[in-house]
Write a new protein. Structure first.
Length: 244
């Protein structure tokens, strides 16, 4: 397997992605969005093993870095970066419009992946390529609840900053149901960082609204889903295998 190609999608030091290419024909593009409660101290190193594993399974995988809270990120800059990174990765994807364009994100990255599934509804992000599928791994899918429950020591509120109430319509995945694309919420009931109810509430609400949303219950706490040797990651791979 060849080394990934680093692509800058902006001028900030955090605006880059590593593109991992498969050895043979690509099954499609998976945009990997790391977590860490949108905080500056957590970076794309958490997504690198997943992107490498996916490339070994025949996917083109883009491991995305983005501006986080404390280094120029937060609402809406972090969303701008994820939007721009998806566009940059899609322009490099050898499958082009013919293949799936999947966002796979962990924790806060799950929030960003689900958000990306709805982003083209909004004028600010209308010009990007639409996703075809979303896989949330222990994702923060109910932003309002995350604020109320003080998840990550107030991380959701720090992400929103002084944007106020109007930001929820643009930034909260639960406010954006139903998505126009299928979403899988892969989440462990023993997750002690992002409650399992985040996934359960989202899927329940989305399904009631007519969306194609599936809850995939796994074990392994918050981080099993990003361990390539774990059964929780195997469940994510199974979802991807059902796509392409």
């Amino acid at each position: 397997m060849t080394a990934p190609t680093r692509i800058a999608y902006g001028e900030d030091p955090s605006q880059w992605l590593d593109l991992h290419a498969p050895a043979g024909r690509s099954r499609g593009l998976v945009v990997v969005v790391h977590g860490g409660f949108w905080k500056a101290q957590y970076g794309a190193e958490y997504g690198a093993p997943l992107a490498e594993d996916l490339a070994g399974r025949g996917w083109t995988a883009a491991n995305v870095e983005y501006r986080r809270v404390g280094i120029g990120g937060g609402f809406p800059a972090t969303l701008d970066d994820v939007h721009a990174a998806i566009g940059a990765a899609a322009r490099q994807d050898p499958t082009g419009a013919a293949g799936p364009l999947v966002a796979l994100g962990h924790s806060a990255g799950g929030h960003l992946a689900a958000w990306a599934g709805a982003r083209t509804r909004f004028e600010r992000w209308r010009d990007g390529p639409p996703l075809t599928h979303v896989v949330s791994q222990a994702g923060v899918l109910d932003l309002r609840s995350a604020v109320a429950e003080h998840l990550g020591d107030g991380a959701a509120l720090a992400f929103l900053g002084d944007a106020g109430e109007p930001a929820y319509a643009e930034a909260d995945p639960l406010a954006q149901v139903p998505l126009d694309v299928p979403l899988w919420a892969v989440h462990a009931r023993d997750d002690d960082t992002v409650p399992f109810e985040q996934a359960a509430t989202y899927v329940r609400t989305a399904t009631a609204a007519g969306a194609d949303a599936t809850l995939v219950e796994v074990t392994g706490g918050h981080f099993g889903v990003i361990d390539p040797s774990s059964p929780a990651w195997a469940a994510c791979v199974e979802v991807l295998d059902s796509i392409g």
